[in-house]
Structure formats: structure tokens, C-alpha cells
Ligand binder design. Structure first.
Ligand SMILES: Cc1cc2nc3c(=O)[nH]c(=O)nc-3n(C[C@H](O)[C@H](O)[C@H](O)COP(=O)(O)OP(=O)(O)OC[C@H]3O[C@@H](n4cnc5c(N)ncnc54)[C@H](O)[C@@H]3O)c2cc1C
Length: 361
């Protein structure tokens, strides 16, 4: 049956419901324009809307989305937020309504098969993955999570949904490593996505990079998503990133109209890592070379950001976007917020990785 809106609810009982309710709304307020009324808050996520309503010893969460997969993804995101912010408190909650139940494959999950692999630059490997029913991956965010299975001959076990909306992950030898990447390109009719993966040096295990190096046609991998990452609508853009953000920057550039102007600064190892970028927008592009320095150790990006500080122009909307190593991200976000006074809806800066730290840490 087709429905315009899919709805689910969960009652979250907590020792300190008001504190958890406030913590959640404050945390979500960092990323979304949360609407507050007395004892309630509504959060417009990318995949749907969540409303939190404070009650006596609990709060009620209502999740609404346009389709089953978005609702499932929304329930998962909310549940993760609740469990994360509850800290040591053990919470027991379960969803009722559309998509209730447990033990089935998440609707936002796809099993994908590698169909082609090529090095597009010395340290960027393009992996083409084929899968079914990919239309939902064209909108609602640029990023996906790759679920990397253990090596054969072990059988692959995928996550199944728990009643609280979070996937239950296979453990022990069946454990899946997961890493966030960007869909560089997608073709729904032919059923494939391209993921451009940086092959970086590492002194500790780097499952994403190791998988990319070894990937061959026929290998299978899980994919969940999509979510987040796109720049807001504007007339003047600033796009900043290192090579991990090149896929996202390339996709953002490809959708900008000819009326937009865009400053792009990208840090890469050297000239051999540069790629041709396509856009109709008026482009001011500079590649910044590390020239032998390790990734994540230079000030190339923050220096470039200071040189190209976004300036408010009467009647023009601005948007500044950055994806890079954690220290650079912190410096850039602080500069845009404190020195340039950019409002929340005028910028997005994200740490794509952190030097010396594996993603799960
Ligand atoms: C929203 C989002 C989108 C992303 N999109 C892409 C994408 O499209 N393509 C892409 O390649 N990456 C992308 N990344 C970055 C990618 O998820 C990280 O680089 C991730 O850490 C790689 O996992 P790994 O298993 O190789 O290394 P990890 O196991 O996470 O880390 C192992 C070691 O490698 C280091 N390391 C991790 N990444 C790098 C790097 N780039 N250069 C040098 N050292 C590194 C870590 O500091 C650590 O010491 C994205 C990240 C986010 C958050």
C-alpha cells in the first residue's frame, strides 16, 4: 500500500528524561534548525522529521518520512543519538508503527558487487559497485557507509534491524568494518555507483584503504545510506578540502548553475593527484600541493581559507563548505564562524578523518 507519510513512535523512559531531552535537542540544534515549543522540539532531518515531546517520566519520539527506507534510516539515526547521549544509562525502547519489528535487512542497506576497479590518479582508486534498486541513493545526501566483510572463505553476514531501530551487527569473526565514503557518480538504470577511495599510507590497520587496494570484480560489500554532506543553496560558494573530499567537491560542482560563482581550494600530495573538475559555475580553482609533507600536517587549507574569506554581498547568498582532516576542519570552522560570522545555514565543515586515529575510534 502506498502512503504519503510513514510514521513510527517510541516512548523513551529515562531516569532524567528532561536532561536527556534537552541534551538531544541542543546536539541536534548544532546541525538542524530545531523548532522549540513548550515541552517539545521538532527536528527537520534530511530523511524526515522527528518530534520529541516531554512527558512525566519519559519522552515520546514521533518519526515521519516519505518512504519506508527513509523512516527506517531516521529511526536508526534517532536511536543512535538517544543511546549516545544517554551515556551509561541503559535504555530500553522500541519503535511502533510503520516498519516496526526486528530481524530483517535494513531498507537503507544494499549488497553491492565490485564490477570494475581503476586507479584514476596514483593514490585514488575508483571502485564501481553494482546493486539493485539504487534510486534512493541519488538524493538525500552524498555519502554512504561501506560495510567491509571478512575475507573469504568466511560466509558474509549482514546486519539485521533491532526493535530499537539500530542494526544488530554480526560479531566475532563475522564482524564488518565500516567506513564512510562519497558516491562520486551514480547510474540508477544501469545499477552502479562509483566510489573514489584514497589509498593512503598508514602505520596502523586501515581497512578502507586495504579493501580498496585488494578490491576485484566479483567482491561483495555492503552499502548503507545515503546521508548528509551537500552544500546549501547559494549564489557564491567556497569549497575547501583535501583529496578525501574531492568526490564530494566534484559532485557539488557538477550540479552548480552557470549563475553561481565558486572558489575551490583543494590540498593534494602533488600535481599527479589533480583531477579535471566539471562545472558550469564561474570557477576560481587552486590546487595546493603538500610537496612531500604528510597529509594532515600542513596549514595549506586554513591559509587558503584565510586568503579567500567569504564576504557577504548585498542580495547574494553565500555558502562555505569544507571536508578535511580534523585539525584543519577545526581551524576552518572556527575561522568561518568567529572571524567571518557565518551563520549555521551559510556553512558546513566536516572532519573527514583524523591523523593517527582509525575511524571507529
Ligand atoms: C562524510 C565523509 C565522506 C568521505 N568521503 C570519502 C571519499 O569519498 N573518499 C575517501 O577516500 N575518503 C572519504 N572519507 C574519508 C574516509 O572515511 C577516511 O579517510 C577513513 O579514515 C578511511 O578509512 P581507512 O580504513 O582507510 O583508515 P582508518 O582505519 O580510519 O585510519 C587508519 C589510519 O589512517 C589514517 N588516515 C585515514 N585517512 C587518511 C587519509 N586520507 N590520508 C592519510 N591518512 C589517513 C588515520 O589517521 C589512521 O592513522 C570520507 C569521510 C567522511 C566523514
Amino acid at each position: 500500500m502506498n502512503k504519503a507519510v510513514f510514521i513510527a513512535q517510541t516512548q523513551v523512559a529515562s531516569a532524567e528524561p528532561e536532561k536527556l531531552f534537552e541534551t538531544l535537542l541542543t546536539a541536534y540544534g548544532e546541525h538542524y534548525p530545531v523548532e522549540r515549543t513548550d515541552g517539545a522540539g521538532t527536528i527537520p532531518f534530511l530523511m524526515g522529521t522527528a518530534t520529541l515531546k516531554l512527558e512525566d517520566e519519559s519522552f515520546l519520539v514521533t518519526a515521519e518520512a516519505a518512504n519506508e527506507a527513509d523512516l527506517s534510516y531516521l529511526k536508526f539515526a534517532i536511536a543512535e543519538g538517544i543511546v549516545h547521549h544517554a551515556g551509561a544509562q541503559e535504555l530500553n525502547f522500541f519503535w511502533e508503527g510503520d516498519g516496526a519489528g526486528e530481524g530483517y535487512l535494513p531498507p537503507f542497506f544494499r549488497e553491492m558487487t565490485v564490477i570494475a576497479v581503476q586507479n584514476i590518479t596514483p593514490h585514488m582508486r575508483r571502485i564501481r559497485l553494482r546493486g539493485n534498486d539504487l534510486a534512493r541513493f541519488t538524493t538525500g545526501g552524498l555519502h554512504i557507509r561501506l560495510l567491509l566483510p571478512p575475507k573469504p572463505p568466511l560466509e558474509v553476514k549482514w546486519p539485521h534491524l533491532g526493535a530499537d531501530g539500530r542494526p544488530v551487527w554480526p560479531d566475532g569473526e563475522y564482524r564488518l568494518m565500516n567506513r564512510v565514503y562519497t558516491i562520486r557518480d551514480i547510474h540508477v538504470a544501469q545499477g552502479w555507483v562509483d566510489i573514489d577511495m584514497v589509498v593512503h599510507p598508514s602505520t596502523i590497520a586501515a581497512p578502507g584503504t586495504e579493501w580498496a587496494i585488494q578490491a576485484q570484480p566479483g567482491d561483495i560489500v555492503g552499502m548503507t545510506g545515503p546521508g548528509g554532506g551537500d552544500a546549501g543553496e547559494a549564489d557564491i560558494y567556497t569549497l575547501i578540502g583535501d583529496e578525501t573530499a574531492l568526490p564530494a567537491i566534484s559532485r557539488i560542482l557538477e550540479r552548480l548553475p552557470a549563475t553561481a560563482t565558486v572558489i575551490v581550494r583543494i590540498e593534494v600530495a602533488d600535481e599527479a593527484e589533480e583531477q579535471a573538475l566539471q562545472t558550469q559555475a564561474q570557477l576560481d580553482l587552486k590546487w595546493l600541493h603538500r610537496n612531500g609533507a604528510d597529509a594532515g600536517t600542513t596549514t595549506l587549507l586554513i591559509d587558503a581559507v584565510k586568503d579567500a574569506a567569504p564576504v557577504q554581498v548585498e542580495g547574494q547568498r553565500i555558502f562555505a563548505w569544507a571536508g578535511c582532516e580534523f585539525d584543519a576542519f577545526k581551524a576552518i570552522r572556527s575561522f568561518w564562524r568567529k572571524e567571518c560570522g557565518l551563520k549555521r545555514e551559510e556553512h558546513m565543515a566536516v572532519a573527514y578523518w583524523r591523523r593517527g586515529v582509525a575511524e571507529e575510534d
